[in-house]
Design a protein around this ligand. Structure first.
Ligand code: CAA
Length: 381
């Protein structure tokens, strides 16, 4: 018999363990973290204690060396109960990927073991106020001064800024040549001239801090450049090929959480003298929700495998997966609120939080308009 797709026994085992941890140690705090806009310290503790905070780091750097699909399973299961907490493993992958892809051995040894042990977290700093979708229009400057690089400028929308110790920062080293004049650096929160700005007031993922980070004559040793000067933008884009599926996994997790809630509501609630599960209009709604989640999940897993294998269509699949999964999460969570009716619209149940959290997955790591542009370019080039 032909097996088109199946998780391995190891992957199934990881999913079972992380599902249990998420249910017992992360879910109980999800509503409170959202309500109080506070960082999910309980989730960070539980993920670190079980080694699930940065599973993608290879054994060479003291990590568990999980493959891309296993990393997605971790993110998906955490997002099913708390999207904010799922950004701990997701952003650790995003922030460290430029170093894994392009960093020197010295830099890898200096940064990655601290992420693997949970002693430090790492964020990714590409965007600026005036350089969001048009990332190459960034203004942050890095100038070589003897054995150091000196950074000046501001990066914005930095996920987990303030809780991370390390930041991969893209900055202009050669003005006037566009993307080819951008380099990537590893900056530490203790570096002189580095400062974290105020927390953004957001619609969702309220447990995960989003802040600006500022560089004022910020001096870092020259060996902290990631790759050669001028290669930073390419590294940043290649990183997103690897991590857009992680946002897809986050979206699938959020959508699955909303579907689970909808199914139990339909079974539990009675109206017009019968169970809601007996109304065909509502049956069709949950069937559509489940169908689109399965389609998104399959594409997201496929994109992770393709990216890891270096497949020729990895960039296309990575954008397609993030785009489809996040649009699915938005639709499914909106339908969940509808199915739950008045109760779904209140903060007593998690459906409205899931709907607010789903929205960001259509925006970050490139808006879904940018994903369509990336897909079209790879089809038409
Ligand atoms: N892999 C490797 N290199 C790539 C690449 C890829 N996938 N895509 C582009 N490049 C290279 C190109 O080959 C080119 O290099 P050369 O000049 O050496 O040939 C260089 O990068 C410039 O490419 P483009 O001309 O295509 O660049 P562009 O300016 O037209 O921009 C874009 C392309 C796709 C619009 C890009 O700017 C983009 O992805 N924008 C969205 C930014 C984004 O996703 N931001 C997310 C921020 S992170 C975040 O959100 C994290 C969080 O909070 C959790």
């Amino acid at each position: 018999m032909t097996t088109l797709f199946a998780l391995t026994d190891d992957q199934l085992a990881v999913r079972e363990v992380i599902r249990e941890i998420a249910g017992k140690e992360i879910a109980p705090w999800a509503a409170e973290c959202d309500e109080d806009e506070r960082y999910p310290v309980e989730a960070q503790k539980a993920l670190t204690a079980s080694g699930f905070h940065a599973v993608h780091i290879s054994e060479q750097y003291d990590g568990p060396g999980a493959d891309a699909l296993t990393t997605l399973l971790v993110i998906e299961e955490v997002a099913r109960v708390c999207a904010s907490s799922s950004l701990i493993p997701a952003v650790n992958k995003l922030g460290s990927m430029p170093i894994l892809l392009s960093g020197s051995e010295e830099l890898k040894q200096a940064v990655l073991p601290s992420i693997a042990s949970g002693e430090a977290m790492i964020s990714y700093a590409l965007s600026e106020r005036e350089a969001g979708s048009d990332a190459a229009a960034m203004r942050t400057r890095a100038v070589r001064d003897g054995d150091e690089w000196v950074l000046n400028g501001t990066k914005c929308w930095i996920t987990n800024a303030g809780v991370s110790s390390w930041y991969t920062v893209m900055a202009v080293t050669e003005p006037g040549v566009g993307a080819r004049g951008i380099s990537a650096f590893a900056v530490h929160a203790d570096d002189p001239g580095f400062e974290v700005g105020a927390k953004e007031r957001k619609l969702g993922i309220k447990g995960s801090p989003t802040r600006e980070i500022h560089f004022q004559q910020c001096r870092i040793p020259s060996w902290r450049i990631i790759g050669e000067p001028g290669t930073g933008f390419r590294t940043a884009m290649a990183t997103l090929d690897h991590t857009r599926p992680t946002i897809g996994a986050q979206a699938v997790g959020i959508a699955q959480g909303a579907l689970d809630l909808s199914v139990s509501h339909l079974k539990d609630r009675r109206q017009f003298g019968k169970s809601l599960s007996e109304f065909q209009g509502l049956q069709f709604m949950v069937a559509d929700m489940a169908m689109s989640i399965e389609a998104a999940r399959t594409l997201v897993y496929q994109a992770a495998a393709a990216t890891e294998a270096g497949a020729a269509n990895a960039t296309f699949l990575s954008s397609a997966a993030k785009c489809l999964a996040s649009d699915t999460a938005m639709k499914v969570t909106t339908d969940a609120v509808q199915l739950l009716g008045g109760a779904g619209y209140t903060r007593d149940l998690p459906a409205e939080r899931m709907m607010r959290d789903a929205k960001i997955t259509q925006i970050y790591e490139g808006t879904n308009q940018i994903q369509r542009l990336v897909m079209a370019r790879s089809l038409l080039r």
